[in-house]
Design a protein around this ligand. Structure first.
Ligand code: NDP
Length: 485
């Protein structure tokens, strides 16, 4: 176990008042670290540090900042194994997944934005008698608030474009998974990033997160997390006219047409349902199956789910680790109970997994991947975000029928459609209320594309140009030709 400090003005320090919170391994329930339980005073110090660094950082050229991003990517790449190991212990996810997804993407977030930044050209609009030049300036000090499911992946997805565009940062990771954010801070210290450019304050959402939202010196908030927290973020920050990016919850649909390649559709639907124990905002937790293939698909889907190896997250062969915490396990189990009360049938799973790795008294937040049939698409289990390894299956008879069921959700983040008729795939996708739709694949990402949700899944887009726009202010400079006065 070690003690972690806030990273403010280039050095580590405890919280004002010295209070701490324990950080646990959800597989063993051992304490991994103690972190500062920060308050408004800590945010105040972090904002002051960021403001002091703003001028120097924003005066660097885009190329110089892109070079910084490359240096950070290289340094993180050297630590890939440490990142994967740390993320696996902190979240309970399989080491192989942490390597393939979390560690790899944290590096590529920096590399991508460095390269993307270099490709930017100044936008101009020529008039007959004048030239308009679009000038980008940094927003200033920005607040970044991130969740526990993909801790370093989602934090770096915001840090990289924010730094590139010349902003300084006050970041707060989830208090449940603070370790890789700390590792990033250590890396930036080793690289001698100018003091105060990146500041990290640990603690509880309603305390330190709220203080970030309320601070008048923070000009933009980029938030990823649950929809209910998103409402608090919007309520607090919008009246202060802060720029806001809200990436929120989802209840994503997987739609399987009868003409789909069965093997690929089953494989894709299982991956979409249970990657990271179903704790990816893009996970497909409602599966809609065309009636002709419902029996065959369900049988093969359940067989494949049964074969998922749940176990010790540090074991190379493990395919599914724990959920994030014992409290979250109880929440998911309450939905399993509810499913049965609502008339659902548990087709597989629904029970805790005894892996031989559990902590004392059989603790450890392991749950079998759970598939529920026979529930209406309007039931609570099929409409509320559970964010765990639990999916519901539904049958449809026509394309229109499927569309109505898919869109009967208050969320609109992502979805996948499985069909061999690409024209139908494309037509159907444009009619789904959703920010992202995959046809015959899932979680296939090009970082240049817009990422974000509609309805209760969020406001704004991240990715490529959209991230650069969020983290900059645009000024149009209109220059009249001198001989036309
Ligand atoms: P939460 O909304 O609970 O927390 C997200 C972050 O907000 C955490 O750092 C949390 O701190 C902080 N927070 C909580 N309360 C406040 C507050 N009053 N003011 C400011 N910050 C606050 O989400 P989870 O961490 O539980 O993450 C899971 C959710 O995230 C799911 O709904 C999932 O769908 C969504 N998500 C969305 C993604 C997207 O791109 N759309 C991607 C990934 C996840 P603390 O942890 O200390 O409470």
């Amino acid at each position: 176990m070690h003690t972690i400090g806030n990273f403010i003005a280039g050095s580590f320090s405890p919280a004002h008042g010295g209070r701490t919170i324990n950080d646990y391994n959800p597989a063993t329930e051992a304490i991994l670290a103690t972190i500062p339980r920060s308050q408004g005073e800590d945010v105040e110090r972090a904002v002051n540090a960021a403001h002091s660094a703003q001028d120097e950082w924003s005066k660097l050229t885009l190329e110089q900042r892109a070079h910084w991003l490359d240096k950070i990517a290289d340094a993180l790449e050297h630590k890939s194994e440490q990142i994967a190991n740390t993320e696996s212990r902190d979240t309970g996810k399989p080491i192989a997944l942490a390597r393939r997804v979390d560690a790899a993407r944290s590096v590529s977030n920096f590399r991508f934005f460095a390269e993307f930044g270099r490709q930017q050209t100044q936008q101009t609009f020529q008039m007959e008698d004048a030239l308009n030049v679009v000038h980008r300036s940094p927003v200033g000090t920005v607040g970044l608030i991130t969740p526990w499911n993909l801790p370093l992946y989602l934090l770096t997805w915001k840090v990289a474009p924010a730094l590139l565009m010349g902003n300084t940062i006050v970041a707060k990771p989830s208090e449940v998974t603070p370790l890789t954010a700390h590792l990033l801070a250590e890396t930036l210290l080793e690289l001698e990033l100018p003091k105060g450019v990146f500041n990290l304050v640990h603690g509880l959402g309603p305390e330190v997160g709220q203080a970030i939202l309320e601070h008048p010196g923070i000009k933009a908030i980029s938030f990823t997390g649950g929809t209910e927290t998103g409402r608090i973020v919007a309520r607090t920050a919008a009246p202060m006219f802060k720029k806001l990016s809200l990436e929120l919850g989802g209840k994503n649909a997987t739609v399987v047409f009868a003409d789909a390649d069965m093997e690929k559709a089953v494989e894709g639907a299982v991956r979409a349902a249970f990657t990271n124990s179903g704790q990816v905002c893009l996970c497909g937790s409602r599966i809609f199956i065309e009636e002709e293939i419902v029996e065959q698909f369900t049988r093969r889907f359940v067989e494949k789910v049964d074969a998922i190896r749940v176990g010790n997250p540090m074991d190379e062969e493990t395919e599914m680790g724990t959920v994030i915490s014992p409290e979250h396990l109880l929440k998911i189990e309450s939905y399993i109970d509810l499913a049965q009360k609502e008339g659902g049938v548990i087709l597989t799973g629904g029970t805790r997994e005894m892996t031989g790795y559990n902590g004392p008294d059989g603790t450890g937040a392991f749950l079998r991947p759970t598939v529920v049939g026979n529930l209406p698409h309007t039931s609570r289990c099929a409409t509320e975000e559970i964010f765990g390894p639990m999916v519901t299956l539904h049958t449809f008879s026509t394309e229109q029928d499927a569309l109505e069921m898919v869109n009967a959700s208050e969320y609109g983040l992502a979805g996948s459609v499985w069909t061999s008729d690409i024209e139908r795939g494309q037509r159907f996708s444009t009619q789904i209320d959703s920010g992202i739709v995959w046809v015959n694949t899932w979680l296939h990402r090009d970082l240049r594309t817009p990422f974000g949700g509609v309805k209760n899944s969020g406001v704004g887009r991240e990715g490529g140009q959209w991230s650069l726009d969020f983290f900059s202010e645009l000024t149009n400079i209109c220059i009249k030709d001198s001989d036309e006065n």
